[in-house]
Design a protein around this ligand. Structure first.
Ligand SMILES: [Zn+2]
Length: 336
């Protein structure tokens, strides 16, 4: 069987004919395998969903308990037979519960990585290299200009600013699933033990992380109504960046806008967003991680999706690896 007969793009998403399932479909399908809980990958409405226990829990939190007709939790490393193929889930290091999905038929193995990173992240299991014939990689930050600095160094900038401007509230924009909790954990790892104030949109996911053994310390709701504005002087407040445009943000004393995202590498992007303190913290691989990972999988062929596909395809070709863009539609840059 050729690789493209084992998995290929359809309008609904990446489809496996011999197993009759889709990976991260963007439209409602009969059977979906989901890599992780970010909303462009984990959509409600499928008849049957296979994912890690954490991803299923996160989907229920975000989409409601009836997000699928039926669900099946798969443990990392467990092998499951679907039709004529064997599938397995392997840690992707992206957010809690995130997995790469391996699809095997006879001697041929394809690994769909979903989103992944190689940098250390104590809020989820670390990426595992799965040797394969075809590696499907994301390409969110697939340009040589993207080299993410050490995340703890970026958090150091936030702590320094909070110290320098004790009268200002530091509002940190962070994606609600994964990034927000990683920022909290990074703050704790640097000894920050004051309460961290959080926007309501982040509360349930943060609680869930805590219930799964990710210690985020003392989290308090960032509500100003009953308190004094000055309570938030010098405080660190974490919120989805969309909340910054709301009246909600103007309640804090002289708010200083920070944003934790790989896109903060682009100064123009920070400026346009009114970000005073850009923090380059990403849950996606940078250029070096992408190219190193491709090499480590030993894949003779690479399919590229989600982002700057052409640059990575070109890099593969220059390095003697067959490559092509997948042109999957419906996945957006998740503000990461
Ligand atoms: Zn993601």
């Amino acid at each position: 069987m050729r690789a493209r007969d084992l998995l290929h793009p359809r309008p609904e998403g990446l489809y496996c004919p011999p197993g009759d399932f889709y990976i991260d479909p963007v439209r409602a399908v009969e059977r979906a395998l989901i890599t992780h809980g970010h909303s462009d990958h984990a959509r409600p409405g499928h008849a049957r969903v296979l994912a890690t226990r954490e991803t299923l829990d996160i989907m229920a939190i975000r989409c409601g308990a009836d997000f699928a007709g039926s669900t099946q939790a798969v443990a990392m490393g467990e092998k499951i037979r679907l039709g004529d193929v064997t599938v397995g889930f392997h840690p992707a290091g992206h957010v809690l519960g995130s997995a790469q999905i391996s699809v095997q038929h006879n001697g041929l193995r394809i690994v769909a990585s979903g989103d992944y990173k190689r940098a250390s992240d104590p809020t989820c299991a670390g990426f595992e290299v799965v040797p394969c014939d075809v590696f499907i990689t994301e390409a969110t930050f697939a340009l040589p200009v993207f080299r993410h600095p050490d995340a703890s160094q970026e958090i150091g900038k936030l702590l320094k600013s909070a110290q320098q401007f004790p009268e200002r509230a530091h509002l940190v924009g962070a994606y609600a699933l994964g990034k927000a909790q990683r920022v909290m954990r990074l703050l704790r790892d640097q000894g920050y033990d004051k309460p961290i104030y959080i926007h309501g949109a982040i509360a349930r996911l943060s609680e869930y992380y805590q219930s799964q053994g990710v210690d985020l310390g003392n989290l308090q709701p960032a509500t100003v109504e009953d308190g004094d504005r000055s309570d938030f002087a010098g405080a660190i407040v974490i919120a989805p960046s969309s909340a910054f445009a709301d009246r909600w943000a103007r309640r804090f004393p002289d708010p200083l806008a920070a944003f934790a995202s790989g896109w903060m590498r682009i100064r123009q992007r920070a400026k346009q967003g009114g970000v005073e303190l850009p923090l380059i913290i990403s849950d996606h691989s940078d250029w070096d991680e992408l190219t190193a990972t491709i090499g480590e999988t030993g894949a003779g062929e690479v399919w590229v999706t989600h982002g700057r596909e052409e640059a990575l395809v070109r890099w593969c070709e220059l390095n003697g690896i067959a490559a092509r863009p997948l042109h999957l539609v419906g996945y957006e840059d998740e503000g990461d």
